[in-house]
Design a protein around this ligand. Structure first.
Ligand SMILES: *[C@@H]1O[C@H](CO)[C@@H](O)[C@H](O)[C@H]1NC(C)=O
Length: 257
């Protein structure tokens, strides 16, 4: 086969696979079903927005045609600004709407991954969510304890400490990662939390949302007032009992239910 021909065939198969992967996006016509002329960027921005709005759920991988866009987003200034805004709103809430009793029972819950620590360096090697989750390789990466801090979250964490809130970390990471997780957190500047709750074998039998609501039930039973949660997944903030307020950080890389 001539070189040109094979290049042409390669392009054609790419076009076909892209067209199949995105039912509402036709790369040949650059039009939606309704005939609106859009770019791939429009399509992927809309995918990302609808993930954040929780209209798109349970996705296993980032759509192939949007991997480039999502990779750019999570490494962009926009991602930092979006996260910073969420954190600023949490600080506004703390300053204006929380009458803390300062009796050691005012609590705040944080997720860990993509809330306090960034997994973007790992997902960069997994085509920014374009590949299905491989728990073995993700846990190998986590056990190295090299995840960087999300700087705005560190700021909020320290603000909470200064205000005397009890900081409770609730993560779907498994127990065997406890010491690696503590080392990683301390290395990048997080210390002084009240408790670090990870998933034990029994917790693994239920979904992450159930596990996290059970943890809240227990905390409330112990007399804690949960003023807020910061998390990057809806499974961290939805379900009963609720926190008084919740703050969602952007995460278009993966979905945890
Ligand atoms: C998952 O990751 C492990 C460890 O890096 C690797 O050995 C294994 O082949 C991977 N599995 C798949 C299905 O890619």
């Amino acid at each position: 086969m001539s070189r040109n021909k094979s290049v042409l065939l390669g392009c054609l198969s790419l076009i076909i696979s892209v067209a199949v992967a995105g039912p509402e996006w036709n790369i040949l016509s650059h039009r939606t079903k309704d005939g609106l002329s859009i770019s791939l960027r429009n399509y992927c921005e809309s995918w990302r927005m609808n993930v954040e709005l929780h209209n798109i759920r349970e996705f296993q991988v980032v759509p192939e045609e949007c991997v480039g866009y999502i990779g750019k987003y999570v490494t962009s200034t926009q991602y930092k600004v979006d996260s910073e805004r969420a954190i600023e709103e949490a600080i506004v809430y703390l300053s204006t709407s929380c009458n803390l009793e300062k009796d050691g029972k005012d609590a705040w819950i944080f997720d860990i991954d993509d809330t306090l620590l960034s997994t973007v360096p790992y997902y960069k090697k997994q085509h920014f969510g374009g590949e299905k989750l491989n728990l073995t390789s993700l846990e190998e990466w986590m056990s190295q304890g090299k995840a960087p801090a999300l700087e705005n979250s560190l700021k909020l964490f320290n603000e909470m400490k200064a205000r005397g809130l009890q900081i409770i970390l609730v993560s779907s990471r498994r127990e065997h990662l406890r010491s690696a997780t503590i080392d990683n957190l301390v290395d990048v500047g997080y210390y002084g939390w009240t408790s670090l709750i990870l998933r034990g074998p029994d917790d693994e039998l239920m979904g992450v949302q159930n596990y996290k609501t059970e943890v809240r039930k227990q905390l409330i039973g112990e007399g804690y007032r949960i003023w807020g949660i910061v998390g990057d997944q809806y499974s961290s903030i939805e379900g009963l009992p609720r926190a008084k307020r919740t703050f969602k950080l952007p995460n278009p890389l993966y979905y945890v239910s």
